[in-house]
Write a protein that binds this ligand. Sequence first.
Ligand code: SF4
Length: 319
Amino acid sequence: MNLHPIFEAAVPIMSRKQSESLGDRSQYIGSSDIAGCPRKTYLQRQFPIQPGVSTLLKFARGHAAEWLLSKIFDASEVPYDAQVEVCHPSVPLRAHVDFVFYEPHGLHAVEVKSVSGIPDAPFPQWTDQLQYQLGMLRMMYPKGSITGSVLAVDMNAGEVQQFNGFEHDDTVFNYLFHRGLHLLDVLNDQAEANCSPSHLCGFCQFRVDCPSMSLPKVELPPEIEMVAAKYAELNSSKTAAEKELKAIRQQLLDYTGSTFKGQTERLALTVSTVADSVTVDANLLKLQHPEIYQQVLKPKAGFSRLEVKPLRPSLAKAA
Ligand code: SF4
């Protein structure tokens, strides 16, 4: 039996059903829009593209992570609600909070991110999204504390990291709220969409003619262009190799567990455990003790950052 036609037909239907709780997203600005790039949001709404099955399956990972977490929270019997919608009373701005926990003195919002590899610190888009949600919750619940965290879940590695310690902040929310108003103006053709480059630009379908990505045209000596192309080629095989290494590493650890020693005719395999340790959370320190953060800063030497990206044909033509 060939299952591919089933995937092609059913994955878009499943994805639509999973997004039903968000309502008609063309009618409001959500927290991911506010934390993201205004130009991308604008173009996505003007020229909607149905994502392919592979992209939809990646989106589904987020729903799978939320489903799993809700089962865990159910088992804990801690009071919470999932997918809490908060609407602004006068403008079409909304927030959908993945989880809201009811604590004795207030609320704790959790934004879930399904990742492949947990970063050392939360990305700014994640914290912006969370801060916006905290501000919207503050409007709805003027009393009690409003705190939050980002929960990064790596389903493949079975790892969960909570980036905790966020609190509602009037100034930050005000900034994000105005980003939302800017987006509304853009969507009503009353303002030009700003670009907001981030690590997500690599996945943006509107990158080709994005003003923030355009570079001045130059003539490079042929030997330099050749070396730069080689650099880009090696760098992309390095990225692919790192991805493959990560998957293989997990496969090996699944077999060995956390401790193993042994050798075959061809190789020696050793797995040892590095004990848990503690480290200073610089973001939290900056947020909660800004005066101490300033005192412990030390100079860091700068360096030359080199980036070489091969251009896709259409971009090469446009340049
Ligand atoms: S490439 Fe980056 S800055 Fe440009 S539209 Fe896309 S997300 Fe925005």
